[in-house]
Design a protein around this ligand. Structure first.
Ligand code: XMP
Length: 310
C-alpha cells in the first residue's frame, strides 16, 4: 500500500463528504478509531469534535490515558460518562448476541446525543474490513456495523457515517498509524473489542464482574507482554470452581487466560506460552484477586473458537 497516498486520499474524501458541516469522531483509543480521528482532524480541523464514550467497560485508566495522549497530539477529547446507561442496558442479559445488540443500541444512542448536541451531521468511525466480513457473514454482530446490515443510521440515530479505513485490515491500519505519527502505544496496541470487557464476561455483565475481569486483564497484559502476542486477555466464566483455603471449601471464580497469534483476526492460533509465563500469571491472579479459585489457559485456535468469548 502507498501509505502517503492513502492518507491524502482519505483526507480529501472526508473533506468532500462533510463539506462545511461538522462531524464527530468516536474515539476509543484503539488503533482503528485513533487513525480515523487523526485523518478527520487533519481534514476538518476545528469542525471535528472527538468524543470518548466511557461505557464502564474499558481497561484500567483508559479514559484519562486516551485524553492525555490525544492532548499531546493537539486533539481535544470530550469524555462522555455513560456507564450507568450501559450497565442498565446489559442488566439481566445472558445471551452473547443479545449483549452485543444491547451494547450497540446504547452506544449509538449515546453517540447520537453527542452528535446532535454538537450540531454535527456526520459520525467518523473506525470500521475495518474484518468487522464487515464477520458481521455480514453472520459470525457475530460487530458493534460498529450498521449500513452494511441494513440499519439506516440517519433514520435510527440521526447521523451519517464516514468510515475512512473500511477497506483495510489490521496491518494496514498500523502502517497508516505510524505514518500519521501516532505513538507506539497506539500504533502497536493489541486489538480490543468495541463492546469492551463485556466480551470477556460470560453471563451477566455487572459493574462488579467487569471490575474483576479488568483486574485480571491488566495482570494478563503485563505478564504475557514478553510473548508479544497479537492479543492477550482474561475472561471471567459464568460458573464457579471449588477450591480450598485454610482447610475450608471455597467456591470461587474461574478465569480463562487467552493469548493468540494472528495476522488479521480472521484466523488465530494460541500463543505458545512457556511454563514460567503461565505459572507467573496464575500466581498473580490468585494472589491479587482472592475470589478466584481456578485459572486455565485456553489452547483453542480460531476456527472453531472465535478470539473473544461472546
Ligand atoms: P472474534 O472474537 O470474532 O474477534 O474472533 C476478532 C477480532 O475482533 C475483535 N472484536 C471486535 N472489535 N467490535 C470491535 O471493534 C466488536 O464488536 C468486536 N468483537 C470482536 C476481537 O477482539 C478480535 O481482535
Amino acid at each position: 500500500m502507498d501509505t502517503a497516498r492513502f492518507i491524502s486520499r482519505q483526507i480529501e474524501e472526508i473533506k468532500i463528504i462533510a463539506g462545511s458541516e461538522r462531524a464527530v469522531s468516536a474515539l476509543s483509543g484503539g488503533v482503528d478509531s485513533s487513525v480515523c480521528t487523526m485523518l478527520a482532524a487533519r481534514a476538518l480541523g476545528s469542525k471535528l469534535k472527538s468524543v470518548f464514550i466511557d461505557d464502564g467497560l474499558m481497561r484500567q485508566d483508559e479514559p484519562s490515558d486516551v485524553k492525555k495522549i490525544f492532548a499531546k497530539l493537539g486533539v481535544k477529547v470530550e469524555v462522555v460518562d455513560a456507564q450507568r446507561e450501559f450497565f442498565a442496558a446489559l442488566k439481566g442479559r445472558l445471551d452473547p448476541e443479545e449483549k452485543r445488540k444491547a451494547f450497540r443500541d446504547t452506544f449509538y444512542t449515546v453517540l447520537g446525543r453527542a452528535v446532535k448536541k454538537s450540531g454535527a451531521r456526520f459520525l467518523v468511525q473506525g470500521t475495518i474490513k474484518p468487522d464487515i466480513i464477520e458481521t455480514k457473514g453472520g459470525v457475530k454482530t460487530q458493534h460498529n456495523i450498521l449500513e452494511q446490515i441494513g440499519i439506516d443510521p440517519q433514520k435510527d440515530y440521526g447521523f451519517k457515517v464516514i468510515e475512512p479505513i473500511r477497506e483495510l485490515f489490521k496491518p494496514g491500519v498500523r502502517e497508516v498509524a505510524r505514518a500519521l505519527g501516532l505513538p507506539e502505544r497506539i500504533s502497536e496496541r493489541m486489538p480490543f473489542p468495541g463492546p469492551g470487557l463485556s466480551c470477556r464476561v460470560v453471563g451477566e455483565v455487572t459493574p462488579e464482574r467487569v471490575a474483576l475481569v479488568r483486574k485480571a486483564t491488566l495482570i494478563v497484559e503485563e505478564e504475557l507482554a514478553v510473548l508479544k502476542p497479537f492479543q492477550a486477555f482474561a475472561v471471567l466464566m459464568n460458573d464457579r470452581g471449588t477450591g480450598v483455603e485454610k482447610g475450608q471449601r471455597k467456591f470461587g471464580h474461574i478465569i480463562i487466560v487467552r493469548s493468540v497469534e494472528s495476522q488479521d483476526a480472521m484466523t488465530a492460533e494460541p500463543s505458545p506460552a512457556s511454563w514460567d509465563v503461565l505459572r507467573n500469571v496464575t500466581q498473580r491472579i490468585l494472589k491479587e484477586i482472592p475470589t478466584v479459585t481456578r485459572v486455565a489457559y485456553e489452547v483453542t485456535p480460531k476456527p472453531p473458537a472465535t478470539i473473544e468469548y461472546i
